[in-house]
Design a protein around this ligand. Structure first.
Ligand code: BES
Ligand code: MN
Ligand code: MN
Length: 454
């Protein structure tokens, strides 16, 4: 095993050069113009899996972006690990806020800067390289490994779910290993056991049948932008609670034990506020920031458009206004049920002066993973060895939509062994990945494959 680790340590420079090639591909899944780049990225991943030593690699076309599958099943009698990740990335805009171009990776202060560096290309690449190190040094893996790397995570994994249901035998495994979350803090080995779910909605408000002169007509018709803003404001009460009826019905309350565990993490609200550049934090009354982001459901407007937003002034009442509103969900909320209640409530609070349409764009179920499976124990040992520190166990506010499908359909325990940091600007300008964590992630992955095979 030590030789595998030495090999990994000695090849860092090569790994970084290869990762740069991966990061240069603008695989933005939501952008239709980038379709061929997304395909090229799938080809890149497939070729890296082949080079790493996987015996069978296949690109599966879907109605959306392709899925990359790889397997090596040369360890009969040993368990099988399915490694999941995503090669798609978020759009790079606002591009003018990047210090260097998003698809021209640069290294500064031990970090690699590029869109997708931490979410999730850098983290996917760790596992490809750990597998490769085993093949180079030992000629085989200590257990069976399958990879499924998708290109639609950032748009809700819509085509992966049916693929899994249709390929239960192909994807059959004893555990799923995912690195698409964050460490609690720099240098601290972390296992995530909870993710929030999501319900993503679009609300369109239509007023007059055409744009109007705001002097001639202003004051006499419902202004869709004013109305939409008022409706959004009504979605929270003064205590920061969401006002949608039945919204909290299925929310699990935090146990005393978990509350105490959170306290032991010694989270600094002050440091958190400072890092975000805000004078004061806010949220649902009676909860800490960790509780607000990990175990409480929330609602946020993600974007709003309508009317005139160009340079200078234009006196107009727009015919339409549109808002993207998402809700982060916690166990045991159901995104389908929440979306229905949301639509009902929005329609109820809409004045008769406008027409309102509501669309449910996508959803994800919240996840809570019991920490008792052998895979969790193996991951703990692996990360503790790699980092030389004690593991901490956390929940996370973000979502990885497909995890529920792994748990429900493949009936496989899932390990969330993320190596990112929430301060690494994922989904925002100047995304980066700490290269020491990249190295420790490859080592953790290698130790995990070994530990889980025993
Ligand atoms: N890797 C993230 C989820 C994440 C973010 C985990 C931060 C841990 C810390 C993932 O790629 C992501 O962005 N998920 C989306 C899902 C959505 C687009 C369906 C999210 O959470 O917004
Ligand atoms: Mn991700
Ligand atoms: Mn993401």
């Amino acid at each position: 095993m030590q030789e595998v680790i030495n090999y990994i340590e000695n090849n860092q420079q090569n790994y970084i050069e290869e990762l740069k090639e991966f990061l240069k591909i603008p695989s933005i899944s939501t952008s239709i113009e980038n379709k061929s780049e997304v395909n090229r990225c799938a080809d890149f991943v497939a070729s890296k899996l082949k080079d790493a030593g996987m015996s069978h690699v296949e690109i599966f076309k879907t109605e959306g972006h392709p899925l990359v599958y790889g397997e090596w099943l040369g360890a009969p009698g040993k368990p099988t690990v399915l490694i999941y990740g995503h090669y798609d990335v978020q759009p790079a805009d606002p591009i003018e806020l990047w210090d260097s171009p998003p698809f021209e990776p640069v290294i500064k202060d031990g970090k690699i800067f590029a869109r997708g560096a931490t979410d999730d290309k850098g983290q996917v690449f760790m596992h490809i390289k750990s597998v490769e190190a085993f093949f180079k040094v030992e000629g085989s893996l200590p257990l069976n490994v399958k990879f499924i790397i998708e290109g639609e995570e950032e748009i809700g994994s819509e085509n992966l779910e049916p693929f899994i249901i249709q390929h239960l035998e192909l994807l059959k495994c004893d555990a799923v290993l995912i690195s698409d979350t964050a460490l609690y803090e720099e240098g601290i080995p972390t296992l995530t056991y909870g993710l929030r779910g999501l319900s993503y909605m679009e609300v369109e408000v239509t007023g007059p049948q055409r744009d109007l002169h705001s002097g001639t007509f202003g004051g006499a018709v419902g202004n869709p932008i004013n109305v939409l803003a008022e409706m959004i404001a009504k979605l929270h009460d003064k205590n920061g609670r969401i006002t949608i009826p039945h919204f909290y019905d299925d929310v699990l309350t935090l146990t005393k034990k978990e509350k105490d565990n959170f306290k032991r993490l010694k989270f600094s609200e002050k440091k958190f506020a400072k890092e975000l550049g805000v004078a004061e934090l806010t949220g649902e009354k009676g909860f800490s920031s960790l509780e607000r982001t990990w175990v409480r459901p929330t609602l946020d407007c993600n974007g709003i458009t309508g009317g005139f937003t160009g340079q200078g002034a234009k006196t107009v009442i727009a015919s339409k206004a549109l808002a993207k509103i998402s809700m982060r969900l916690v166990p045991n909320q159901d995104p389908v049920k929440v979306a229905k209640e949301f639509e009902k409530y929005i329609k109820k609070i809409a004045p008769k002066t406008v027409k309102v349409t509501v669309k449910n764009l996508h959803g994800a179920y919240p996840v809570l993973i019991p920490l008792t499976d052998h895979s969790t124990i193996a991951a703990t040992k692996a990360m503790e060895k790699a980092f030389g520190k004690k593991m901490v166990f956390i929940r996370e506010g973000g979502s990885v939509p497909i995890v529920t499908t792994f748990v429900k359909k493949l009936k496989a325990p899932t390990v969330l062994m993320g190596l990112g940091l929430n301060s690494e600007n994922l989904h925002s300008p100047n995304e980066h990945f700490n290269l020491n964590h990249f190295r420790l992630g490859i080592i953790s992955s290698a130790y995990f494959l070994k530990e889980y095979s025993l």
